[in-house]
Design a protein around this ligand. Sequence first.
Ligand code: S3P
Length: 449
Amino acid sequence: MSGHGTPIPMISRKCGPLNGVANVPGDKSISHRSLILGALSVGKTEITGLLLGEDVLDTAKAMRAFGATVVDHGEGNWSVEGVGVGGFKEPENVIDCGNSGTGVRLIMGCMATSPITATFTGDASLNSRPMGRVTDPLMLFGAKSYGRQGGRLPLTIVGAENPVPVTYKTPVPSAQVKSAVLLAGLNAPGKTVVIEQEATRDHTERMLQGFGAELTVEETDEGRVITLTGQPELKAQTIIVPRDPSSAAFPVCAAIITEGSDVLVPNIGLNDTRAGLFTTLREMGADLEYENLREEGGEPVADLRAKYSPNLKGIEVPPARAASMIDEYPVLSVVAAFAAGDTVMKGVKELRVKESDRIDAMAKGLRAAGVTVDEGDDWWIVKGQGFGNVKGGATVESRLDHRIAMSFMVMGMATNEPMRVDDGSPIATSFPIFEPLMAELGAAITREA
Ligand code: S3P
């Protein structure tokens, strides 16, 4: 699959204990939403701790194209002067969202109820992902969508001239779909309602409330019912972006499988809709402590201390937990390879439509490294080999997927032979400091000439 630049082959070798403090970057989901909601507000939103990953930088560019003034003040400090709900101008050129499903789906949502037209594209990974899940509900608001077969990018949205509010039951557990509908609902008169059967990450709801929208959430027999009153005036905010639990997953899992390790990962949000991996690791017997557990901005936050955990056992991950750890299954499957017994992961069909088909990408790489993996459409099982028994010695395709590349680099820290990925460049989409941060802890990850 072709990417944006020259591929960066990378190799990870067995290393000594990992030690020290891992300050992971800002949360990707919250970074996108800070820029987007800032752009839809009146006044100047100030953001600190913004993730400087390519995905988020593409969203910043897009917000400028729709008329917001987005300024990088250095070191993760940004400001956004918004145009207000309904104030987007028509972009002069195609909006390129790079690798980011979150970026493109949320932005399509927030322009679809304005009388403007925009064309979206991305890299080879993004252009192969399903967009009908977002364009279908956007058409209910009165927007039109013209895409490639299967509703894929490049795709043009003609925004609704006279949008109507919508009640929509999400057919897949997806925070991106939910968010696209809510953002479209901002510029529709009346109440837009989203019903989701399984709770997915709730940053859009929390942040919309923070920016002053009238939004309620009710738990009912049908699921979570989110009701947004359209056409609010969103007011600029000051946002401190918390560190990303999905990025924390990599140093945490690396410490758990690397002999003698003791790593502290400070300031990680443990919002229920994001923290499923950490619960799962603890159930597997990992030595993972929540230190200094506290509340910040209404959300639980802790410093994670992860230590080498030689007695890991495979477990069945409850399917109801899937949405809260959907991005963490790749690295979990790596930890599972070193556990005793099977790790069973069910109800995870969504993994097949991420930046890559993550079940297929991980299964192929794990098998090449000597691990047995069984799989079906929406489940997979990793047969744990126990510490010291995982061969490694494979070169794996990262398929333009940052989490596949980072997972196999973590794996190489504990396999008997090194692990390679054909291209580590996608890591820059979400975790641009992955290599120096891991090196500082003691990992032996290098670029191959
Ligand atoms: C995200 C939602 C999830 C997740 C993605 C970020 C978000 O995608 O995989 O990395 O910020 O809303 P889905 O909504 O497709 O599950």
